[in-house]
Design a protein around this ligand. Structure first.
Ligand SMILES: CC(=O)SCCNC(=O)CCNC(=O)[C@H](O)C(C)(C)COP(=O)(O)OP(=O)(O)OC[C@H]1O[C@@H](n2cnc3c(N)ncnc32)[C@H](O)[C@@H]1OP(=O)(O)O
Ligand SMILES: O=C([O-])CC(=O)C(=O)O
Length: 362
């Protein structure tokens, strides 16, 4: 038995379907491509949370509620002391989030969705020696995140780029962090505990911690013509190429293409260095060719984290913040799964098979 629970169906969900063979992602009956083309973060939040709380909230009310929650939560930034600020941004953000009281209600859900946006932006500025910027409750979540990060009003291309990212990564079946969220929810510990557990699972380099290292790889390769030699050496040293491979997808991760499309307007309008796309494409082609040669029996394709790195970098996020930005988008998915587990499920408690020594016979 492998200890990765592959092929085990551990939940029934109406939230999202990851079809690994077809390379297709459906979120609440809508294909990812349609969702990215038509939705902003608040739309996908309304879609995912629909029917899971007593209150019904459409995208417009979620936008208003998130704005008010961001403004209210800014007071917690004061708790960011030197010890907390010495932590990596995702850990500092998680520590601030732990100050939000537990609860299973819609108000807690809204606060949990607003909190990573406020805390991550504030932590990044404080770590950079800058004053945190107060939220603007009138803005959309994406526009306000970019404004709180840079101090400038984002362009429409930048806001659309961040919305596309947050929508793309909002939910993804029973991935490791979502499973963690459901396990905690099944004990009725509360939504804050679920989200904290999920962030803790997300930050690992095999899950949501990959895009920072993707950018390190791009920088280390430097020029397209170095790609094959650099990647070969990394594989010779037994390293995994970040941004490639997936537990479920056996073909290309559809989110990689969605993000590649989303980043084009930012680069095309001169708001980021277009040479980066050419370099990323050259490295991607070399990586896919090498992985095919070295693992001919295991399809290893580009995953969501590869173009995430390029997009978030172009939007001005430092690479040590990428996992935190992932958490901003995925929190709504974690909350939806936690609520679904609470409403339809029971305590999660699988079995283990004991393979250790037996007590000595008396
Ligand atoms: C949002 C997300 O979580 S997306 C994933 C982000 N993570 C990454 O990009 C990190 C790089 N990728 C990986 O480590 C893996 O592909 C994972 C963790 C995503 C999926 O792993 P699994 O489905 O468990 O694949 P598994 O670990 O069984 O690997 C199968 C084989 O392919 C190899 N392999 C898998 N991915 C890679 C990779 N990116 N680079 C090189 N080799 C790889 C493994 O070393 C293994 O080889 P072996 O059988 O000789 O030991
Ligand atoms: O589904 C997974 O295993 C990992 C992933 O891509 C995600 O959580 O977005």
């Amino acid at each position: 038995m492998k200890n990765g629970l592959e092929d085990i169906i551990a939940a029934e969900t109406k939230l999202s379907d990851v079809d690994g063979a077809a390379g297709r992602l459906i979120i609440r009956g809508v294909s990812l491509d349609d969702l990215v083309a038509t939705s902003r973060f608040e739309d996908v939040a309304a879609l995912l949370l629909d029917g899971l709380f007593e209150q019904h909230a459409d995208a417009a009310s979620i936008r208003t509620l998130l704005g008010a929650a961001r403004a209210e939560l800014f007071a917690h930034v004061k708790a960011a002391d030197a010890v907390l600020l010495a932590l990596p941004p995702v850990d500092a953000m998680r520590a601030l989030l732990a100050r939000i009281g537990d609860g299973d209600d819609f108000t807690t859900a809204i606060r949990l969705m607003a909190a990573p946006a406020v805390f991550l932006s504030a932590v990044l500025r404080l770590q950079n020696g800058e004053k945190p910027i107060k939220p603007d409750a009138s803005l959309s979540q994406s526009a306000d995140i970019l404004r709180m990060l840079t101090g400038k009003h984002p362009t429409s291309e930048q806001t659309a780029g961040l919305d596309a990212y947050l929508v793309t990564i909002s939910d993804h079946g029973l991935n490791a962090s979502t499973f963690a969220s459901r396990v905690i929810a099944s004990t009725h510990a509360g939504l804050t505990s679920s989200v904290l557990a999920a962030i803790s699972a997300l930050k690992g380099p095999l899950h949501g911690g990959a895009p920072g290292p993707v950018l390190d790889m791009l920088d280390a390769v430097g020029e397209p013509e170095n790609a094959r030699a650099w990647l070969s050496q990394a594989l010779d040293h037994g390293e995994r190429l970040m941004g490639f491979g997936h537990r479920i997808y056996r073909v290309r991760d559809p989110r990689a293409d969605a993000l590649k499309t989303a980043l084009r307007p930012i680069f095309a309008s001169g708001q980021a260095d277009a040479g980066r796309i050419a370099l990323a494409e050259a490295i991607e082609a070399a990586a896919l060719a090498l992985l095919k040669e070295r693992k001919p029996d295991r399809p290893l394709e580009t995953n969501v984290e590869y173009y995430t790195a390029l997009l978030l970098d172009a939007l001005g996020f430092p690479r040590n913040a990428f996992t935190g930005v992932f958490a901003i988008g995925r929190t709504v998915g974690w909350i939806a799964h936690a609520r679904e587990q609470m409403l339809d499920g029971r305590l999660i408690r699988p079995q283990s098979r004991y393979v250790g020594p037996l007590p000595k016979a008396a």
